[in-house]
Design a protein around this ligand. Structure first.
Ligand code: ADP
Ligand code: MG
Ligand code: MG
Length: 207
């Protein structure tokens, strides 16, 4: 991973949020307030604008800029949570390139920030249900000496499984938790956008 690919990743996330905006909003209309697609699409559009002309010295600069922009531009739960993920991950990556093990450690720091802020654990029916399996898969591949592209492909597949596995869960965090048992049977919007984030990484790194 280098600065150019990190920018490409963020742009690919923005494109995915544009493309899947209505689906994310539809999922959030079932168990939330029908704004997750709009929140993510607006947030990443603002990130792309903020990165235009921004001079990054390290891979982490791009991710920190992404995170701080999401925190300042996106309301609701997901903006600060995703913002914290990218900002905390970025703080770990000062060099102009990052290998799979460095990325894995950075992503883990991002997850720690998400859990510190939102207090969600796996099984609570949130983005954490996609993030944890994604980062576990990424870390296992990295420790086995696989490339960042191979690790990202495994992370994307694991995030997609984690996303699907939120459907039977009852929400214990966020707005969906207000519905109690009525949240069962719906896929979590934030876990769905997390799967898009890792699919975008896999696509950018394999090309
Ligand atoms: P809001 O619920 O404020 O309208 P969004 O709709 O943009 O915000 O985001 C909702 C998503 O945020 C949920 O689907 C869930 O994945 C995630 N989320 C909500 N609360 C938490 C939390 N405490 N920890 C982790 N993720 C959370
Ligand atoms: Mg919402
Ligand atoms: Mg909202």
């Amino acid at each position: 991973m280098d600065i150019h690919l990190t920018r490409a990743w963020v742009q690919a996330i923005a494109a995915a949020m544009d493309q899947h905006k209505d689906h994310l909003t539809q999922l959030d209309s079932a168990i939330g307030d029908a704004d997750h697609g709009v929140n993510m699409q607006r947030g990443f559009t603002a990130v792309v604008a903020a990165l235009d002309g921004y001079e990054a010295v390290g891979v982490g600069d791009v991710l920190v800029k992404t995170g701080t922009t999401l925190i300042s531009k996106v309301g609701g739960a997901a903006g600060p949570l995703y913002g914290t993920f990218f900002r905390n991950a970025g703080k770990q990556l000062s060099g102009p390139t990052a290998d799979a093990e460095q990325l894995s450690a950075a992503f883990d720091a991002g997850l720690a920030g998400v859990q510190k802020l939102g207090a969600a654990v796996p099984g609570d029916k949130t983005m954490v249900d996609a993030l944890v399996p994604a980062l576990d898969a990424f870390g296992a591949a990295a420790r086995a000496g696989e490339s960042d592209a191979a690790a990202a492909e495994k992370a994307a597949a694991a995030a997609e499984t984690g996303m699907q596995d939120t459907t039977p869960l009852q929400a214990r965090k966020g707005r969906a938790s207000y519905l109690g048992a009525r949240s069962i049977g719906h896929q979590d919007p934030g876990a769905t956008s997390t799967a898009l984030v890792f699919r975008a990484l896999a696509e950018v790194l394999q090309s």
